[in-house]
Design a protein around this ligand. Structure first.
Ligand code: SF4
Length: 329
């Protein structure tokens, strides 16, 4: 196993949403470390907390959400910073520059009133990577070229509605990369694209990661994408990380009953299984999360302790962690 040089560390993160219906305990003590140069995946069903976790990294949790507790340690070349304690103006120098996002829906991420060139140039001017607008517009063409946009000299003057879905996503990736970030957080970057374009975008991310020595945090519900793209993976369920390890460890030797269920629910062309197995039950209401292990109402191995006490994430082999009482006693 390669030695991990940490670039980001999330420690004991708690996020609640204060809704009219009650307090949604969305993130319940999440901890993980991202190593420099790796692709780290957060995977799980919709509503498991992966997007909220990724947004909490630079304090982008939307209202009525609140980060209650925790630390996000960012390792700069000059030392460590807790991003949750940094003054907003200092954080703005990091967010979008050193840590950039690629959001889910490229159409919603782009401003329909401005050309693609303007939006890329604006990111560079705002962060003073390129101080003058004129230079930034010229640089925007290079940025579009680097994300393999066809005919970048023409597209730089295009408005979002003039571009296809794939071109919009390339533009969003371009905006993310324009300040040469150290970390890219890609939140379901292909979920709005058709399958062939999805493959092109993932190839592009792989190529850019290699060329620009990026660290990628990939948020996805797609286990196939995890297997293809990631070095390490954290499986999330109902606001907790339930398993964490290398892709090989988690796919070849899944330990947590939820991870096993997820993998049984994925079609595999090599095993001619006609019917996929669904995980019984539904995701819990996080206003009233189940006590103890949040997966216990759906788990076929539930014991008394599972209903009372929350299992901690423990290391069962080097680099492979699981939060389950089957492995904790
Ligand atoms: Fe199942 Fe208990 Fe493990 Fe939770 S802690 S996954 S309920 S065996």
């Amino acid at each position: 196993m390669e030695i991990c040089k940490p670039i980001l560390e999330v420690r004991d993160l708690y996020v609640n949403f204060y809704t009219y219906a009650g307090i949604v305990k969305a993130i319940d003590g999440v901890s993980f470390t991202v190593c420099e140069g790796e692709t780290f995946c957060l995977v799980g069903e919709t509503g498991c907390g992966k997007t909220v976790t990724s947004r909490a990294i630079t304090r982008l949790v939307p209202e009525p959400g609140r980060i209650e507790k925790g630390e996000v340690i960012y390792y700069t070349p000059y030392g460590k910073i807790n991003l949750l304690e940094l003054p907003e103006e200092k954080l703005r120098e990091i967010r979008g520059k050193e840590i950039a996002y690629i959001f889910q829906d490229p159409a919603a991420a782009l401003d329909p009133l401005y050309t693609i060139g303007y939006q890329i140039a604006e990111t560079m001017v705002e962060h003073k990577t390129v101080p003058k607008w004129k230079e930034a517009f010229i640089k925007a063409i290079d940025v579009l070229r680097s994300v393999l946009m066809p005919d970048p000299e023409k597209r730089v003057k295009a408005y979002p509605h003039e571009l296809s879905g794939g071109m919009k996503q390339r533009s969003v990736i371009g905006i993310g990369l324009s300040n040469q970030p150290r970390i890219i957080i890609a939140d379901e970057p292909t979920s709005y694209l058709d399958v062939t374009i999805q493959a092109q975008i993932m190839d592009l991310l792989r190529k850019l990661k290699k060329e620009k020595k990026l660290t990628i945090i990939l948020i996805t519900h797609n286990m196939g994408l995890v297997a293809e793209m990631c070095d390490r993976v954290a499986v999330m369920y109902a606001g907790n990380i339930v398993e964490l390890g290398t892709v090989e460890q988690v796919f070849k030797n899944p330990l947590h009953p939820y991870t096993k269920g997820l993998l049984r629910a994925v079609p595999n062309p090599l095993t001619k299984i006609e019917k996929l197995e669904a995980i019984p039950g539904t995701v819990p209401n996080l206003i009233y999360p189940p006590p103890g292990c949040r997966f216990h109402p759906r788990c076929s191995y539930t014991m008394d302790i599972c209903k009372r006490e929350k299992p901690r994430l423990v290391e069962v082999e080097p680099g492979h962690h699981v939060a389950c009482w089957l492995y904790s006693r």
